[in-house]
Design a protein around this ligand. Structure first.
Ligand SMILES: Cc1cc2nc3c(=O)[nH]c(=O)nc-3n(C[C@H](O)[C@H](O)[C@H](O)COP(=O)(O)O)c2cc1C
Length: 362
């Protein structure tokens, strides 16, 4: 990976340079979405339709972006979303990303499909202590993976429930995307993966092969009871599912459609966020991701009730363009933009970003 002579100076320049600099395969894997990409595009469009009404002259003394979540203090309400195979973008992979996150004191959620060894990533900085996992086909194997993460020093688990099977990602198929031999989900090598049969003309083969390995609410409740740490559920889009998460003891939910990579036609996360927050109330931690590209987007999500947001593709672009420095710089730009948005709209603290300040054109 070539370190560029000069870093991009804006977020859009990162996105532009990453898009043009990536191989066609990487562009297809990291930047595309499922199907007609309606959900991928919809996530960003939803932010485009939201408008912020400023409330000047309210006094900005003691202002900050600090927030607390699950007993931990965060310097800003921004986390790095779990995404797979960082080593496709940079030789040090997730370790580089963790260093970039550490430089900005920003929480990073490590994907189960990390291409770097879990202990090395954990050692790269205190900020990377949330681990994302998928259901591994049975209670025992899923618990085994959770326990591996806890033994490696992770404090919090994020169970992703929206991707029991890979979405139909046309661009990846068309680009012939394949993992190169030197990149793999190294931490899963000791686990028998759930056997996902390839799509065939006989679609029932897909259904019959996968259905028995899928979890239900009882399985998820069992996992939550079986570990001694907070578990968040990622991939919630319906208010009733958020309420169910609360009732089975999940520590919080992440409103997410996997960045438009799974079910195309799933709603934009920003559009469903207010109803979910209304259902579970302001005390239950509701996080969200999907389509956040600028600081003003973070502001909008918080005003609509998210406690914090996660970003995926902005970090993909930072890592692709300039390794750990790029990750750190993208995080810094996002946070600076959030601070500017708060100052320009009269919000000294995140609690001041209120629902009445955001106009949604639905
Ligand atoms: C290339 C790629 C790989 C991803 N891999 C995972 C994963 O392993 N686990 C997971 O829970 N989410 C995964 N996601 C989804 C992200 O965690 C997050 O929900 C999404 O990227 C947010 O949307 P954004 O990219 O618009 O910020 C992945 C996303 C991308 C773009």
């Amino acid at each position: 990976m070539r370190e560029p002579d000069q870093l991009p100076s804006t977020l859009n320049e990162y996105y532009q340079r990453a898009r043009t600099g990536m191989s066609e395969e990487n562009r297809a894997y990291f930047l595309s979405g499922a199907g007609n990409e309606e959900t991928l595009i919809g996530n960003e469009q939803a932010f485009g339709h939201a408008k912020i009404t400023p409330r000047p002259l309210r006094g900005m003394g003691g202002g900050s972006t600090e927030t607390s979540l699950l007993g931990q203090t965060f310097s800003s309400p921004l986390l790095i979303a779990p995404f797979a195979y960082h080593r496709l973008l940079h030789p040090s992979g997730e370790v580089a990303t963790a260093h970039g996150a550490e430089a900005q004191n920003t929480k990073m959620v490590l994907s189960a499909q990390s291409s770097a060894e879990i202990k090395q990533v954990r050692a790269a900085g205190n900020v990377c202590d949330w681990f994302q996992l998928y259901w591994m086909g049975s209670r025992e194997v899923t618990l085994e993976l959770a326990e591996m993460a806890l033994a490696a020093g992770f404090s919090t688990l994020v169970l992703t429930i929206d991707a029991p099977v890979q979405g139909v990602r046309d661009r990846e198929i068309e680009a012939g995307f394949r993992l190169p031999p030197e990149v793999s989900a190294v931490n899963l090598s000791g686990f028998a993966p759930p056997q996902f049969p390839a799509l065939t003309e006989d679609q029932s083969v897909v259904f019959d092969g996968i259905a028995p390995t899928l979890p239900d609410w009882d399985d998820v409740a069992w996992l939550i009871q079986s570990v001694q740490v907070p578990v968040l559920l990622k991939g919630i889009l319906h208010p009733d599912d958020a309420a169910k998460s609360l009732s089975i003891g999940a520590a919080g939910v992440i409103v997410s459609n996997h960045g438009g990579r799974v079910l195309d036609k799933a709603p934009a996360t920003l559009d469903v966020l207010p109803a979910i927050v209304a259902k579970v109330g302001p005390k239950y931690p509701v996080l969200m991701d999907g389509g956040i590209r600028r600081g003003v987007d973070i502001f909008v999500a918080l005003a609509l009730g998210a406690k914090a947001v996660l970003v995926g593709r902005p970090i993909v672009c930072g890592l692709a363009v300039a390794g750990e420095l790029g990750v750190s710089h993208v995080l810094r730009l996002l946070r600076d933009e959030l601070e500017v948005a708060m100052l320009l709209s009269g919000c000294a603290t995140l609690d001041d970003t209120t629902r009445d300040m955001v106009h949604l054109k639905l």
